[in-house]
Design a protein around this ligand. Structure first.
Ligand code: LLH
Ligand code: MG
Length: 384
């Protein structure tokens, strides 16, 4: 079996979110959008997919020449090859691009072997508790514009079955952001509204200084919060060593966005820069390095909380024998019906029961159940 083609197809769809000028997502009126689908095809017709997977030019001009003719089951060799090439091609061959290729290869393996990927990796569980992960704060009345609105939304999420809730609070360009006191006020309002039996976490503005982070952390300890992530620029690892030392019951979780794949996570572990490690498929360059990171954490007796949703992250969670306690479900907002199935899928990839557990798909591959009729009818180019 040899890789015969690598192609990114695009199709028309609709979206109910839009990014602000800093890139944070917020609700928006439904509008046309474009989706991309990376396809890796073999000479005998086996295919693997990654939804949202990479830019067409990068896949066609950089990745395809590198992996054409390779056995798609040589994921490790392909990953090492792409990772080495990234040193020179950092502008195009990003961690997310490498991740898309790796995910499509895992999806291909699952489809070819007729197994869900978490079982190929060595399954540990079939469902994972989810936390409700909010969008960043906004200035939309009735949305996430005040501490009280966060509190109302947390109560609604608890009613839906979530046992845990994570606030993303206000970040620039939102008026008044960043503001540590307003962040704490939102955290306090949520704790008071949901009571003591809901697990709560915070992901605030990512560029607070040490004193601001410590202030927020100490207030969260009083409110019995479980963890806080990325309150400072993660390039300053020593700031995280300092913060982690100062706080007792509140767990510092990271790094999330710091570059460096599993190597950066190893440095954070040996430096005691966080209590719990973090990473998602998009942050570390795919499912292959995410599993390496998980096993690295396991051998150090450190937990890892998986960043982000999607089938690769759910797959990792269902194949890891250490906590990973939660699947990050979202990003959620009072104005958005997250349970609505996108038109290009037949089912959500992360269906959640009334007890707040997300169940992993038993379909072969990573779990995308594509609505091929919709995709075919809306394909932009190339037309099949
Ligand atoms: O800043 C944002 O929009 C969110 O924090 C986003 O990056 C989210 O993926 C995150 O950090 N989750 O934990
Ligand atoms: Mg985060």
């Amino acid at each position: 079996m040899k890789i015969a083609d690598v192609v990114v197809e695009s199709f028309h769809s609709t979206s109910r979110t839009a990014s602000d000028e800093h890139g944070h997502g917020h609700p928006a009126p439904e509008h046309p959008s474009t989706q991309s689908l990376l396809k890796i095809v073999t000479d005998d017709g086996a295919t693997g997919y990654c939804l949202g997977g990479g830019r067409r030019e990068v896949m066609a001009q950089v990745v395809k020449p590198m992996i054409l003719g390779e056995d798609p089951f040589y994921r490790e060799r392909i990953w090492q090859h792409l990772n080495e090439a990234q040193r020179i091609r950092r502008d195009t061959l990003t961690d997310r691009a490498i991740a898309a290729v790796d995910m499509a290869l895992w999806d291909l393996a699952g489809r070819a072997l007729n197994q869900p990927v978490y079982k190929l990796l060595g399954a540990y569980r079939d469902k994972v508790p989810a936390y409700a992960s909010t969008m960043c704060g906004d200035d939309m009345p009735g949305g996430l514009s005040t501490p009280e609105e966060y509190a109302e939304f947390a109560v609604a999420c608890k009613k839906r079955g979530y046992t845990a809730f994570k606030l993303h609070t206000w970040q620039p360009p939102m008026p008044g952001a960043p503001d540590p006191k307003r962040d704490v006020a939102a955290c306090r309002a949520v704790r008071e509204a949901v009571g003591d039996d809901m697990v709560l976490m915070l992901d605030p503005y990512h560029y607070y200084n040490r004193e601001q982070s410590l202030y927020i952390g100490r207030e969260l300890e009083k409110l019995n919060y479980y963890w806080m992530e990325e309150s400072m620029d993660e390039h300053s690892m020593s700031s995280y060593v300092w913060l982690t030392e100062q706080l007792q019951s509140l767990h510092i979780v990271g790094p999330e966005t710091a570059e460096g794949k599993m190597w950066a996570r190893a440095e954070w572990i040996v430096s005691h820069a966080s209590d719990v490690s973090r990473g998602g498929t998009g942050d570390v360059g795919g499912l292959t390095p995410l599993m390496k990171t998980i096993h690295l954490c396991e051998s150090h007796g450190v937990r890892l909380e998986v960043h982000g949703g999607g089938p690769g992250n759910l797959t990792a969670l269902c194949a890891m024998g250490i906590p990973g306690e939660y699947f990050e479900r979202g990003l959620l907002h009072p104005f958005i019906d997250y349970e609505l199935i996108p038109p290009y899928l037949n089912a959500l990839i992360d269906p959640m029961d009334d007890q707040g557990n997300v169940h992993i798909s038993q379909q072969p591959g990573l779990g995308w159940d594509f609505n091929w009729d919709y995709i075919r009818d809306n394909t932009i180019t190339p037309k099949e």
